[in-house]
Design a protein around this ligand. Structure first.
Ligand code: FUC
Length: 772
């Protein structure tokens, strides 16, 4: 009970009313969560949980990353390739509907839909039904701990929950400021029909369940310990009365050995996990958790100024954000994205799905799978820029697996070498086109995701990583050397059948595909050079690249979304796919003023209001258009309570982003967007050297609302760590710590300056020096 003294003092000082807990990176509330979107997320990449923060009834809803419907399965449509020439012929002849009909019949995934991510169970903690006062609950992003406090019969209680990555446990501890006053009945619950709950001695709750008879089987175990008091085990609960403190250690596992096998033993896995920590006391578990989390979280700080509004409850802050008096809420949202990525994407875990790792629904929206015509990629946009490259690794592991399953799709659907991925994948690594031919046949899942490997290399300079990833990158490009087809009219190389997500139906030659492929071919050829390998392929890519249909400016001054000049300036569609070239791509930068202007015009036509992730994307785009105030306008629209603007996104009380409904990509899009407003590094110093060095562009899109502030620890391509401070809307100072010795090229406004950098040595630059 060594921690009970500071806890009691803290309570005394705040007992008068519910006041904000200490700290800048806090989400807090004065009511328990009534809905899931009010509960607070914790996670360790394998387990995720939503903490409701009740007093007499606590619910900790938990997930395990591999609890999915379905089982290992290849979704490729055998023999689909026979129909590819006819589908293309129909599209070239302008017979879109016929092409879609034929594709629906002969070209789609078997079955047509992929599988869904599922909830695992509930940890339920009932305390004696007494009157409670002084309730408050919070999530501290700095300690990755969800805490609930309340007073009952003059006893002050505290319940703290964290998800430890090193121990793979969710740990809950209940303490109070008076000895012998802590009592609780602890149970497990589960939504899956096929489940059983039992109690094993000593004081262990066991949940065994199956998603479907021949599919995923899971087991969760919660071990209860207590100091003082008495313990009773019933048929389905563990009861503690009159204790000084109670601790619960929960873990879960499945039979999923890999995407190809269900041979693992969930019972052995959970027992092994619990045994690994059995000799560690609570303090040791907590210390290991804090060290692990903080090693990642502490790398970046952002200060946009703090006002009295920052002490309001988080839901009240969201409601008031539009008043412009709470810049710290934008900083909190930024850090929340980093916190969530640490919580849902850790080495050896599954990548972050549409809801990260958090899901309470048996039928989650879009199956909470991996939609990769924007969403999965957006989840990883902040990984490199906000200094969390390790969190990118689960995606890379999935890519290596998709290379295998996608090779079958490449062969069966396209008669091509390499690998292909359409607009979704699931736990079973489905890669064939799903749902509907008009939007499911979209071919750029693999190249867009493969470019994340290249970006990781650009940021980290890790040559070993590039070497290891080479087969994925190489085979992805290889596919397109077989797949691209000459347009009979223009003689340019075009993509197709494909679509501009998710509108306009099945077409030949959507602009987005070509933009992605130009970046892919450039990256792959560069990577081959760096690794000294596959010279023939690199030469082929260099030869094909200039023949890919170029970006075109249309009659409305817009960047064309398709080969034909058919864009509707009134189209407000959430997808802004043809602007991929500007962000996250590099096909169009400020170095090509005409195309840059046309792309900007297209974004103006699309408007500002949008779904959650679409606003996330637009924030990044306006930052790349070097317009901080417009980026802020979008952020301001995103940072509103859900329901404020009909049909548009916003935030739930727990700061989860709303498509609506909850979809986590918008959170990551917002974090990435704020980083892009403060630092950009995608433009190489010389166009002849696309793999760097890059211009380190300081404060490229600083909004006038953030007149003073500082950011520390952002990353630029080339591996430079960047700290920036600004005042009166102008750079005050910057500290750049390069990872490699060599020139450091800094850009501020339209001025650039070159410095000589030494690896690991910080260069201090003041604003005046650069302004000259
Ligand atoms: C794409 C989007 C939808 C949604 C879904 C998960 O299909 O067009 O808006 O985000 O993914």
């Amino acid at each position: 009970m060594t921690r009970s003294i500071p806890f009691f003092l803290a309570l005394v000082s705040s007992a008068a009313a519910t006041t904000a807990p200490d700290g800048d990176n806090i989400l807090w509330y004065d009511q328990p969560a009534a809905k899931w979107e009010q509960a607070l997320p914790i996670g360790n990449g394998h387990l995720g949980a939503m903490v409701f923060g009740g007093t007499t009834n606590e619910r900790i809803q938990f997930n395990e990353h591999t609890v999915w419907t379905g089982k290992p399965h290849s979704y490729a449509h055998e023999g689909a390739v026979k129909f590819l020439p006819e589908i293309r012929k129909l599209l070239f002849a302008g017979k879109q509907k016929e092409a879609e009909r034929l594709a629906t019949k002969e070209f789609m995934s078997v079955p047509i839909r992929q599988k869904a991510y599922q909830p695992c169970g509930d940890l339920l903690i009932e305390s004696p039904d007494r009157q409670t006062v002084n309730h408050r609950r919070w999530l501290d992003l700095d300690s990755a701990t969800a805490t609930t406090e309340w007073t009952s019969d003059d006893v002050n209680f505290r319940r703290e929950t964290f998800a430890s990555h090193p121990a793979n446990l969710i740990v809950t501890r209940i303490t109070s400021d008076k000895p012998g006053k802590t009592s609780a009945t602890i149970k497990l619950g589960c939504q899956h029909k096929d489940h059983a709950i039992a109690i094993e001695k000593p004081a262990t709750l066991v949940l065994k369940g199956k998603v479907q008879a021949d599919g995923v089987a899971f087991e969760a175990r919660a071990v209860v310990t207590h100091m003082g008091g008495a313990l009773t085990e019933t048929a389905d609960s563990v009861q503690i009365t009159g204790a000084d403190s109670i601790e619960i250690r929960l873990t879960a596992a499945t039979n999923v050995e890999s995407w190809k096998s269900l041979a693992a033993d969930p019972a052995a896995r959970v027992r092994e996990t619990l045994a690994r920590s059995s000799n560690k006391d609570h303090a040791a578990l907590l210390d290991a958790h804090l060290a692990d989390h903080r090693a990642l979280f502490h790398r970046v700080t952002l200060d946009l100024g703090r006002t009295p509004s920052a002490s309001l409850t988080t839901d009240a802050r969201i409601a008031a954000f539009k008043d412009g008096k709470d810049p710290a809420l934008a900083a909190l949202l930024f850090q929340y994205g980093r916190y969530l990525l640490i919580g849902c994407s850790r080495e050896d875990g599954q990548p972050a799905n549409l809801q990260g790792i958090w899901n309470d629904s048996m039928r989650p929206p879009w199956d909470s799978k991996y939609t990769c015509n924007i969403n999965t990629q957006m989840n990883y946009w902040p990984a490199e820029t906000t200094n969390l490259p390790e969190c990118h690794l689960p995606l890379f592991k999935a890519l290596a697996e998709l290379r295998e399953s996608g090779a079958i799709t490449a062969r069966e659907h396209y008669g091509a070498r390499g690998w292909a991925l359409h607009h979704n994948f699931d736990l079973w690594r489905g890669t064939a086109p799903i749902n509907g031919s008009n939007h499911g046949i979209w071919i750029s899942g693999a190249p867009w995701l493969s470019l994340h490997l290249w970006e990781h290399y650009l940021f980290t300079g890790d040559r070993e990583f590039l070497k290891k990833s080479w087969p994925v990158l190489r085979d992805c490009a290889l596919f397109f050397t077989d797949y691209l087809i000459e347009d009979p009219e223009t003689k340019q190389l075009i993509s197709g059948p494909s679509n501009s997500p998710e509108q306009g139906g099945l077409v030949m030659g959507p602009s987005m595909d070509h933009q992605i492929l130009r970046d892919l071919f450039k990256a792959t050829s560069q990577a081959a050079g760096i690794l000294g390998t596959d010279r023939e392929l690199a030469a082929k890519l260099d030869e094909m690249r200039p023949r890919i249909a170029p970006n075109k400016i249309g009659k409305h001054g817009q960047l064309q979304e398709w080969m034909q000049d058919i864009d509707d300036p009134n189209n407000k569609h959430r997808h802004v796919s043809h602007l991929w070239a500007v962000f996250p791509g590099t096909d169009i930068t400020w170095r090509q003023p005409d195309l840059f202007k046309a792309a900007r015009q297209s974004l103006i036509y699309r408007g500002d209001a949008a779904t959650g992730w679409s606003m996330g994307w637009k924030t990044n785009l306006w930052a790349r258009f070097l317009d901080g105030d417009h980026a802020y306008t979008i952020l301001n629209n995103l940072l509103q309570p859900i329901g404020t603007t009909k049909g548009a996104g916003g935030l739930y009380p727990n700061l989860f982003d709303a498509h609506p409904p909850f979809q986590i990509d918008g959170n990551f899009g917002a974090t990435s967007g704020i980083a892009e407003m403060l630092l950009q590094s995608h433009v190489p110093v010389s166009e002849d050297a696309p793999s760097g060095p890059f211009l380190i562009h300081l404060l490229p899109a600083l909004p006038s609302k953030w007149s003073a502030g500082s950011v520390k620890g952002l990353k630029a391509r080339g591996g430079t760590t960047v700290d920036i401070a600004w005042k009166d809307g102008k750079l005050a100072s910057a500290r750049l710590t390069p990872a490699q010795s060599g020139p450091v090229n800094v850009r501020l406004g339209e001025k650039t300056a070159d410095f000589q950098g030494t690896a690991g040595k910080t260069l201090e630059i003041d604003g005046l020096l650069l302004a000259k």
